[in-house]
Design a protein around this ligand. Structure first.
Ligand SMILES: [Zn+2]
Ligand SMILES: [Zn+2]
Length: 387
């Protein structure tokens, strides 16, 4: 422990090998170098353009040019305009389809594959990173954006948001599940750079204050079990059994859709089961594979016991059991996360969950089944539409 908005017109002219895009853009307010000016951001945007769209973006070295390119890429991602008070500026970028586009995929770019929706949907969740080394996710609607936890470094959070066309000033707040460092490690630096409200329980807020984990962030407290809303996202918190001071899970509601967040819990209580019943998408922890944990020689027995305890973490099998119980209640996607680096693999987690879902009679990734995806520590997940 110690722990945009772009838009206006877009002229497109294309032929077989060359695609020119001239993009008049609207910059958000305030537009500063820190919004768009980081060289690394421009570099990432170029990679995103290459890996996701097969195009090469030619840039100058001007920070503002990078900004325009960022907005152009954001537009390619389907971001919509907002902000009547935005500064207006005319910019352009020229891109060409790269016959020799690099084959290697940018690890920060959203993964392709099932569930990938490059356009901002009405309600979506994207895992910026998940695992023992740091957890952070983005929940968004067309007009609201929330982070769930800030366990990656502030720099990583910013870069991974940029890969989605989201800048920190577009966020409406950060919700914390609990105070463990893999959930708050980047909080202090991120909030120092980008003052945002941080929502957590009173006891969690006390730890943040005592250990100076949130710096001078605007911490807003709620009681575990409370229901509240941030803009157009309804939030229902609930207690979970974990070895933290006051850990919670969340169910997010928007329109008719709901999304559950169930990580860092030793077992799934009746209350937690009831809360997540009926969600369309469930982000659930599959922390460890029982055999790998038992055979692990690096962890002392006491640590293994803590992980396996009723206030530790969910194993692949335990998570699969929770998901199986949700079949028939509207669940159509499971996003597995918080995998132990040493005692689990994505393949094991997915196979275990799929096998148990199939055995229960409704598994698989078919239209009538449950789509199973495993979030990664190092890559941004697809943007999952919750519907
Ligand atoms: Zn924890
Ligand atoms: Zn954790």
């Amino acid at each position: 422990m110690g722990a945009p908005t772009c838009v206006a017109g877009c002229g497109v002219r294309a032929n077989a090998l060359n695609l020119s895009i001239s993009v008049p853009v609207v910059l958000p307010t305030p537009t500063t170098a820190s919004n768009f000016g980081e060289a690394v951001y421009a570099k990432e945007l170029r990679k995103i353009a290459a890996s996701n769209f097969g195009i090469r973006v030619k840039t100058g070295k001007s920070f503002f040019r990078y900004g325009f390119i960022g907005l152009a890429v954001s537009r390619l991602y389907g971001r919509r305009a907002s902000g009547a008070s935005a500064y207006r500026a005319q910019g352009w970028c020229r891109v060409s389809r790269a016959a020799d586009a690099p084959g290697a995929r940018n690890p920060l770019a959203p993964a392709s594959g099932f569930g990938f929706n490059p356009r901002v949907s009405s309600f979506s969740v994207t895992i910026l990173g998940s695992g023992s080394a740091g957890n952070c996710a983005l929940v968004e609607t067309a007009s609201s954006r929330l982070l769930v936890d800030a366990g990656l470094s502030a720099r990583q959070i910013t870069m991974r948001l940029a890969a989605l066309g989201v800048t920190p000033d577009m966020l409406d707040g950060i919700l914390l599940t609990h105070e463990h460092c893999d959930h708050v490690a980047g909080l202090r630096v991120f909030c120092r750079k980008h003052p945002l409200p941080v929502y957590c329980t009173r006891l969690t807020a006390e730890v943040l204050r005592k250990e100076e984990l949130a710096g001078h962030a605007d911490v807003r407290q709620f009681q575990a079990g409370a229901e509240f809303a941030i803009k157009d996202i309804g939030i229902h918190s609930f207690s979970v059994p974990h070895d933290a001071v006051d850990p919670v899970g969340f169910v997010f509601h928007h329109a008719e859709a709901s999304l559950g967040f169930l990580t860092d819990l030793g077992h799934c209580t009746k209350l937690a089961r009831e809360r997540v019943r009926g969600v369309k998408t469930l982000v659930i922890e599959t922390n460890y594979d029982e055999k790998l944990l038992q055979n692990d020689t690096r962890r002392p027995w006491a640590v293994k016991q803590r992980i396996m305890s009723r206030h530790g973490h969910l194993s692949n099998t335990a998570a699969a059991g929770v998901l199986t119980e949700l079949l028939g209640h509207g669940l159509n996607r499971a996003v597995l996360g918080h995998l132990s680096r040493d005692c689990n693999t994505a393949d094991l987690a997915v196979e275990t969950v799929r096998a148990q879902l199939s055995a229960a009679g409704m598994g698989g990734d078919g239209a009538s089944g449950v789509e199973v995806y495993c979030a990664s520590q190092s890559e941004v997940s697809p943007r999952f539409e919750v519907a």
